[in-house]
Design a protein around this ligand. Structure first.
Ligand SMILES: [Zn+2]
Length: 86
């Protein structure tokens, strides 16, 4: 994780303060937007997979960089990168 500064006006600052996890919320919003943009693409994208052995959970994403160091949603540990799926 790397920090980034955001400049908010007094209204958006109040709104941001109401979020229990503002950073997490921003991350989610950004990923949502990217996912939507990708859906508008060709739909023939290569998906990259990561696997969490302790949880027996698979994750996939079209962003290889993300899957290389993917954190398991269950245990928070780095998943094992399994490569592209076809
Ligand atoms: Zn896990």
């Amino acid at each position: 994780m790397r920090p980034i500064n955001v400049t908010l006006c007094s209204t958006t600052w109040e709104l941001a303060k109401q979020k229990a996890n503002f950073s997490g919320w921003v991350r989610r919003k950004l990923m949502d937007e990217q996912r939507k943009q990708q859906k508008q693409g060709l739909g023939l994208q290569t998906m990259y997979e990561s696997f969490c052995e302790p949880c027996d959970l698979w994750y996939d994403s079209s962003i290889e960089e993300k899957m290389l160091m993917f954190m398991c949603h269950e245990c928070g540990k780095t998943c094992k990168y399994m490569g592209p799926s076809q």
